[in-house]
Design a protein around this ligand. Structure first.
Ligand code: SF4
Ligand code: SF4
Length: 469
């Protein structure tokens, strides 16, 4: 009896070597890490004194800002150097270890996989068509990638941001009004993943598209030997991408994310293995290499002082070095704004109609909640813009009107047009804007540079409505 109680020690020792535990452990680690980053950012806000945003840890941000970085040495707004470093790390990892980032590290891929497990319990059967049209549908992600890269590089702004379900998920329910399309996309991805394996990865992920293409030349591959294979096809059934196994001895498919589910599920030992450079890799060895590659790159960049996840200083000027009210962010305080724009605090309070009980160290986006005021951070941009141009803001930041204005600085011109029914062309004409603008970009990111304010957009909308068109 005593002996049988000692026996389980063997299996206890082995549990952490289980392929499932190793892979799920790595996935859970990265998922929880990003969840922590997201939570902390929502709690403390961004900026130099706040907490890094989730975008600082997304390698795709590196691809989006690459052109800007090469041509000007700078970064697109919202992107920090860490994203570029992570992009480099992921690309190098992919060249060596193929698409393991997707199968092991990406938290959004993990989320979809876990939802798939829940979906399997709810619906039993998965919907994973293998018809030729489905293969063609997977090409959609390459089209999405090409469009994002083209327009982001051309316009110098994150054109995918308003539609990014990854960003919406890690906003943890906040910013719903700022990113309605991203939340709608997230809803679609979450629901789709319940029924279709890795719904977003397969059809829409632009980062997965890049990694898949580069992974094609990666060194590691799933290898199959005919010796011992009984042709049961369990491997293909376990593969989220339904890759064809029995007709080949080496999987070289851009969709293979090295999840190793096929290896785990094969009932015959050593028929399916992960190989590369003459080596055979176990789950543990592959995980160790992925982690070592990633953390070594991050560590080296920290040693060289290049790793940065948030802005070092608050910027008040635009690209041409002029003070620009459009640089005001919700995480800034009144004191910072006063100092940065060299405007007396008392003037700011007076122009914004703020009571003196409001502490000047409060972040703009916390004023309304903390002091129970109808305070609009967009209005503060108008106040500062008016003061900088020598005219008073026509609308105070703080109102008692109930905040009925439907036009907000986070909205794009297209969104304003859709919401108010006023054609975008009319708004631009009424505002006398002749230079080309990105109609998908938030108003606050371009209008102050054009010498305009939110109030000008509101006036344009009001004049259209008053004209009874
Ligand atoms: S395809 Fe995209 S979402 Fe899926 S795991 Fe890869 S990077 Fe993540
Ligand atoms: S071939 Fe194997 S490792 Fe590749 S995606 Fe399919 S199950 Fe995962």
């Amino acid at each position: 009896m005593a002996l049988t109680q000692i026996q389980p020690l063997k299996s206890r020792k082995a549990w952490y070597r289980s392929p499932v535990v190793i892979r799920q452990g790595v996935m859970i680690f990265f998922f929880l890490f990003l969840l922590h980053v997201a939570y902390d950012h929502q709690l403390r806000g961004g900026g130099p004194k706040g907490s890094p945003s989730i975008e600082a840890y997304c390698p795709f941000g590196g691809i989006e800002t690459l052109y800007q970085f090469i041509t000007t040495g700078g970064f697109i707004r919202h992107i920090e150097p860490s994203a570029l470093i992570l992009m480099g790390a992921v690309l190098i990892l992919t060249l060596v270890l193929s698409r393991g980032f997707c199968g092991w590290i990406c938290p959004f891929g993990s989320l979809q996989e876990w939802l798939g497990m829940i979906g399997r319990r709810i619906f039993g059967k998965r919907y994973n068509p293998t018809a030729p049209w489905e293969k063609r549908l997977r090409a959609l992600k390459y089209v999405i990638l090409a469009l994002i890269v083209f327009f982001t590089w051309r316009l110098g702004t994150l054109v995918f941001r308003p539609y990014d379900p990854f960003l919406a998920f890690f906003h943890l329910g906040n910013g719903f009004r700022e990113m309605p399309y991203a939340y709608a996309a997230l809803g679609g991805v979450l629901l789709g993943s319940l029924k279709v394996d890795r719904f977003f990865c397969k059809y829409a992920c632009p980062l997965g598209a890049v990694i898949g293409l580069i992974g094609k030349v990666g060194l590691t591959r799933i290898a199959r030997t005919d010796d011992g294979c009984k042709g049961c096809n369990v491997c293909q059934k376990s593969c989220f991408a339904h890759i064809e196994f029995l007709s080949t001895n080496k999987i070289n498919d851009a969709e293979c994310n090295h999840c190793l589910e096929c290896v785990t599920s094969c009932p015959k030992p050593n028929v399916l293995t992960l190989r590369g450079g003459g080596w055979k890799f176990s789950h543990g060895a592959y995980a160790a290499l992925l982690l070592a590659g990633l953390f070594t790159t991050i560590g080296l960049s920290q040693m060289w002082g290049k790793w940065r996840t948030q802005p070092v200083a608050v910027a008040f000027t635009n690209a041409s070095g002029k003070l620009d009210a459009g640089q005001i962010r919700g995480w800034m305080t009144l004191s910072e704004i006063s100092e940065g724009y060299r405007l007396p605090l008392s003037t700011l309070y007076a122009q914004a109609h703020l009571p003196s009980s409001v502490d000047s160290a409060t972040r703009l986006n916390q004023i309304a909640g903390k002091y129970k005021l109808q305070f609009d951070p967009d209005g503060m941009r108008d106040v500062v813009s008016g003061l900088l141009s020598g005219t008073s803001a026509r609308k105070p930041a703080m109102t008692h009107s109930g905040g009925s204005d439907e036009v907000k600085g986070f909205m794009s011109l297209n969104e304003v047009s859709a919401k108010t029914g006023v054609p975008a062309g009319f708004i631009l004409k009424a505002m006398e804007i002749k230079a080309p603008v990105n109609a998908s970009q938030p108003l606050r990111e371009w209008m102050h540079a054009q010498g305009k304010s939110i109030q000008d957009v509101r006036d344009a909308v009001a004049s259209y409505k008053a004209s009874g068109k």
